[in-house]
Design a protein around this ligand. Sequence first.
Ligand code: GL9
Length: 832
Amino acid sequence: SSKATPRKSVKAQTINTSEASYSKADIKQAIVRHLHSTLGTDENKADNHAWWKATSAAMQELVLERLRTTQKTHYMNDTRAVHYFSAEFLMGRLLSNNMHNFNLFETADAALKELGVELADVLEEEPDMALGNGGLGRLAACFIDSLATMELPAIGYGIHYEHGLFRQEIKNGAQIERPDSWRDYGNPWEICRPESIQEVPLFGYVETKYGENGRVQKEWHPGNIVKGVPWDIPIVGYGAKTVNVLRLWQSESSDYFNWDVFNSGGYVDAQRENIQAETISKVLYPNDETEAGKELRLIQQYFFCACSLKDIIRRYKRAHGDDWSRFSEQVVIQLNDTHPAIAIPELMRILVDRAELDWDTAWGICSKTFAYTNHTLLPEALERWPVRMIEKILPRHIEIIYEINHRFLTLVEKKWPGDNVMKAKLSIIEESTEKMVRMGNLSVIGSFAVNGVAEIHSKLVKENLFPEFEELWPGKLTNVTNGITPRRWLKACNPLLSELIGKKIGDDWPSDLPRLDKLSEFADNKTFQNQFMKVKQKNKEALAAEIKHQTGISVDTKAIFDIQIKRLHEYKRQHLNLLHIMALYRRLLENPDYDMHPRVFIFGAKAAPGYTLAKDIIFAINKVADKINNDPRVNHKIKVVFLPNYRVSLAEKMIPAADVSQQISTAGKEASGTGNMKLALNGAVTIGTLDGANIEIAEEVGDDNIFIFGMTVDEVTKLSTKGYNPYDIYYQNKELKAVLDWLDSDYFTPGQPGALSSLKNSMLSGGDPYMCLADFESYSEANKALDSAYRDKPRWAKMAILNTAKMGKFTSDRSIADYVERIWKLTPCEVN
Ligand code: GL9
């Protein structure tokens, strides 16, 4: 029973697979031409890196041609467009994706072969564009892929970080962070657009003037002005009809401003300002779901919002002059979390101070322009900025925020007369010792729509996070379940499975994923089961080779490949997985005949550099891995692998090889998850909690094809209300107690007793905030059920097939169709 939202206004495009616009000879010629005249080398001297650049440049020629056509078409049609504001875009590599979307992958492969070059090796040369932390940033990347595929006018706006997410090395089991330099040797995809440079004011003070007719006029005298230089990355839709852009802003010092400082005798100060300006887009904050509260972070947010708004307004004025009445008809801005929420007071500033509209008119425009997506309920992730910090950096914006708040609280007073508790709760300003601006409240108040990212999450947003807003503005809060692009996450990353699927049901599935359901009828077919599992086996062999190469560890490809890949966070409970691995280890030591199918537990995860316990968990995984992998009593049954530097391109190698997908967050904590969708799409069976999109995955695949365990959201709430004491479970479950005590010994860290104690402490004296112990037994049982299901070969094959078949709902094309229908109200624009 597919519960996928039916596609209405938006029709996914089908690719013309008949004849590529570009022949093998054309591609060969273009690559060689770039080798010669762009790179100044030749076929004999070129290394793989040069081949990568030349091949990319050859593709970029086609990309730019479609980009020009698209932009002209959008301009001529004066289209309404969505502007996706996001501090993160986790793009990964682009060459393979662009080739697939142009339907030129096989042709380019053949062309390079004739030149004596392996495309696979060339693709490996591309550094990941890792301008994001995890799910939130990767979602933005999947969304702009779908927007282009569905021929929707859209632009992504973000920051051109010089350094993306850090590169992770593992030294003696511990995470070391190294800088990422994705553009060190040039990036063939980005185009600098100096003609669209913007200037951004910062700091300074506000002057109040009184004009004729008594109008109060505010003038912001900035203390500093920085330049925003736009870099455009073309985003090729599947079928290459529409090419949209991702516009990323790089900060530079504003010469002309600093020249003034220089002239007034401030030579040294002028130098200092230069350094500050360039710092803004230097580095991505590596925090996943924690607000850092750092001044530079707020400046980054304001910087890219201010540049982007100026860019939007310049484009709007070109078509509509000073007539603001149609602005919100042409422009919708989607705020990817609260990171770009400062755009709301910035637009008000432009409309009131610059365009001199009256407040109500300005607010009417503003509150019809913005929509906001909430991505997490974790309190530590809800952004709050000290009032005095905003006051210092953005002195005019704090005034505007107060004005928005004042008018909003008047509305609250009307709805709940005399209720000051309600006002304190809903106010944008938190009246704590240090006054704070709540960016979540600002975003809800300034937006016409607010959405969560999975059914359960959106329900919790309504019931727990913003219940009063739901009462005040019924219908404003809604749901759009996340999705993933099947182009990258099946077609490109899993060619063997894609080919098998194509043979069975045709080649339309990448732009119409619900078609995969046609595979269901073959789920019991022996031949198809064998073919499907043979593909899985091949993919496992490839990953085994990669594991060997990266870590030196040999793994048995007949073992269950059990994968947990995601940022390292307590709520995601990698440590619950580890406790279970240790329990299996103990069972095998106590009973060498303990009946289990061989299993390889594979992890990939980065910890925020300042998150000590997360780093301790990585260390513990590696220490337990060392011990188990080198213990001949058990290492034919269990292996543990931690693959360093988890990132998009590594995910693309791991996901096709997974038998099991670990999605084991404490219920209510994972807003959606998207890795869960990618793994299931590639035929992995989920072991997971009823959390985030796991619930919707379970609805799609059916209870027989997923291993659900643990407490529900309601049970978690009940237990914490009643009072949760992890010691109760510790003293009652002998195996769990032994495993936790093991962490206190020096068994895994010879000569260093206590090196893993922080882990045990967090789950006992620390109160086990994510209730690992409460869910342990249920998890252990689910793992037993999974183990026996795997040994039933036809049963497992059927489960794996049905997981792939039932993922139609989770294409990001469906998410985008939902946004279009419920929020953006866009119409596709055909580019011919
Ligand atoms: C996240 C949620 O934690 C995920 O459950 C969700 O799938 C994604 C996308 O909606 O958003 N929210 C969040 O702050 N992060 C998420 O992954 N973390 C970052 O990537 C910063």
